[in-house]
Design a protein around this ligand. Structure first.
Ligand SMILES: [Zn+2]
Length: 499
């Protein structure tokens, strides 16, 4: 049946009006697009330091504190002065007191850090040193309630020592490097809402920290190469012989700064990140090796775990003997690993780069549960060797670095479960238990779960706990969730020695 002329014209009118309506709607939509102001990027201030694909859920973004620090460094006087403004969003429970750690006052850092003024929202507050001067306590006149933001201002002064060459130095001058780990008052973390005020044992890491954004201004003498967490956003002369540098850092556990007149630098770009190696001129060959090892490690760990978050990552020849030490975006490697212990260089680099995932992105309690970041980071080097040189090389690493040393102490008093706090171990067994046995635990967990489930578990661990502090029970629950198996017996055996 053909349409009647009347019906056809009605349909045409409908179509025309629909078309007109659609056109108008599209025009309005286009107008809206044109007229609506572009949505501001909440991360704009930190974009210079972040990889282009980096994003953060707004809820998490709004919960992360921001440090704005200005510091003026006077190397000949072995001193610095500075100020700090912390923007601290308060969630969960009201805050009526605050603790900042002053780690340079610890014996192992051999310096000093004093606070000279403390204010909350512009009003002076009382402060007192505590915990052997390694913390300062601020009493707030009234609690800051959840949903509000506390604005804390501190002025500070610091001093650093000159150490002999070949001395392990994270704070002070040695081998023509000024290292300034933890040079500013840093907010103490909380463990189940209790402030963590441990005096750290020298054999473990100094502490653990909540993630924060950083904006840092440094005034330093000319003629120094500055290496820091984050990215430099500008530099200008600040007077005769002085330069002012500006840095921003996306979420990270702390802000590290080092200066030396001696470093040379080389760079490669990989996976959207500038990977740099800073080395002394006499160690140029080893410095280049470290550069390519670091770039390879970044690729391997990005493939297995998830993306590296920053635009820059550096490996830095430092006065820390033959050891390594991780900071956000920085992997410090002891200068002896560039010469006397050259055979250890690659392993040190592969290990420290692993901490850019397990310490910086996923935080953990490095005092009470050192196995959680050290064991997993050490185990991560298996992926580095297996992916770069083939699985047999990964298996041989497992035998030589973990199975053999752990086997040597089995059945002796040096053997302990891995789930204890740093001070419960001693110099005779700390590294074997936490690094070797810790890595062997993760290797065994992978055997139990199967490699695919284990990969899914690590990716989920990163995604769920990135920029947070994961507790041991969080890690265990996630491994069970991903594998669909009750892993209580395995965790109990390795962490607590319960057969
Ligand atoms: Zn480590």
């Amino acid at each position: 049946m053909s349409d009647s002329p009347h019906y056809a014209s009605q349909t045409l009118r409908r179509l025309l009006s629909l078309g007109l309506g659609l056109g108008l709607a599209m025009l309005l939509l286009a107008g809206c697009t044109l007229l609506a102001p572009p949505r501001p990027d909440p991360l704009a201030a930190y974009r210079p330091a972040l990889s282009p694909a980096f994003s953060l859920p707004p809820v998490q973004m709004n919960a992360i504190p921001v440090y704005s620090i200005t510091v003026r460094i006077d190397p000949p006087a072995q001193a610095y002065t500075g100020s700090l403004d912390l923007t601290l969003p308060v969630s969960n429970t009201p805050i009526s007191q605050l603790y900042f750690r002053l780690y340079p006052n610890l014996r192992q850092l051999d310096g000093s850090l004093e606070v000279s003024n403390a204010r909350l929202d512009g009003i002076s507050v009382n402060y007192a040193y505590t915990t052997s001067h390694s913390a300062v306590h601020l009493s707030l006149p009234a609690p800051v309630v959840p949903g509000k933001i506390a604005l804390i201002h501190l002025d500070f002064t610091g001093k650093f020592s000159r150490h002999s060459d070949q001395a392990y130095t994270l704070f002070g001058i040695s081998e023509d490097v000024l290292s300034l780990a933890n040079f500013y008052p840093i907010l103490a973390p909380r463990r189940e809402s209790q402030w963590v005020l441990d005096i750290p044992d020298p054999q473990g890491d100094i502490g653990f920290f909540d993630s924060a954004f950083y904006q840092v201004t440094v005034v330093a003498p000319v003629g120094q190469v500055l290496v820091s967490s984050g990215s430099a956003t500008g530099a200008r002369m600040a007077g005769p012989g002085l330069v002012t540098y500006h840095y921003v850092q996306g979420p990270g556990r702390e802000f590290m700064l080092l200066l030396s007149p001696r470093w040379q630098v080389e760079e490669v770009n990989t996976y959207g990140t500038h990977v740099r190696s800073y080395f002394f001129p006499e160690d140029a060959d080893a410095g280049r090796t470290a550069l390519f090892d670091a770039a390879s490690a970044l690729q391997v760990y990005s493939d297995h775990f998830g993306p590296y978050p920053y635009r820059e990552m550096s490996v830095v020849e430092s006065p820390i003997t033959f050891r390594g030490q991780e900071f956000p975006g920085l992997n410090l490697i002891g200068s002896q690993a560039y010469s006397t212990f050259l055979k250890d260089l690659e392993n040190r680099v592969a290990h420290e780069v692993g901490h850019q995932w397990w310490y910086n992105q996923v935080g953990s309690d490095q005092i009470d549960a050192p196995w959680q970041d050290e064991g997993l980071t050490e185990f991560s080097t298996y992926f580095y060797y297996a992916d770069r040189y083939g699985p047999p090389v990964g298996d041989s690493l497992r035998r030589s670095r973990w199975v053999t040393p752990v086997g040597l102490v089995a059945g002796t008093p040096r053997d302990m479960p891995i789930g204890r706090s740093v001070p419960e171990y001693n110099q005779g067994n700390y590294e074997t238990m936490i690094y070797a046995k810790g890595a062997l635990f993760f290797a065994t967990l992978r055997d139990e779960m199967g490699p695919d489930a284990f990969d899914r578990f690590l990716r989920a661990y990163l995604q769920r706990y990135r920029w947070q502090i994961a507790r041991p029970e969080d890690l265990q629950a996630l491994a069970s969730e991903v594998s669909g198996r009750d892993l209580t017996a395995l965790f109990n055996q390795w962490l607590n020695g319960i057969q």
